[in-house]
Ligand binder design. Structure first.
Ligand SMILES: [Zn+2]
Length: 111
């Protein structure tokens, strides 16, 4: 595999994800002093959209951690080997998901 290309892909993804996390983190807390549920119309919609933002933020941070782990493995020279069992990860799997750090067997077992 072309590890330089993989690194470039992962670094671009990491920078993009970091930027998105930063935007979410900077968003001002709206209605923090009102509490949820006082206004049934807009307030409810706002509360739901805030919860969705939190979910998106968590997913982004999980993705960022994975991308950073894959980059660390490139530095360590263990990229392409499973983090759990140490066996090589199928190249097809790596091409589909460049930030994958587990082989398919370990991923299936939920390792
Ligand atoms: Zn494994």
């Amino acid at each position: 595999m072309d590890l330089d290309a993989v690194r470039a892909t992962l670094e671009a993804r990491r920078d993009d994800t970091r930027a998105r996390v930063a935007v979410l983190a900077k968003r001002p807390e709206r209605g923090a002093s009102q509490g949820f549920g006082k206004r049934i119309g807009d307030g409810t919609v706002e509360a739901i959209s805030r919860f969705n933002d939190i979910g998106v933020g968590t997913a982004l941070e999980t993705g960022l951690a994975r991308t950073e782990r894959a980059l660390a493995k490139l530095d360590e020279g263990t990229y392409g080997c499973c983090d759990n069992c140490g066996q090589p990860i199928a190249e097809k799997r790596l091409r589909a998901m460049p930030d994958v750090v587990l082989c398919i067997d370990c991923a299936k077992r939920g390792a």
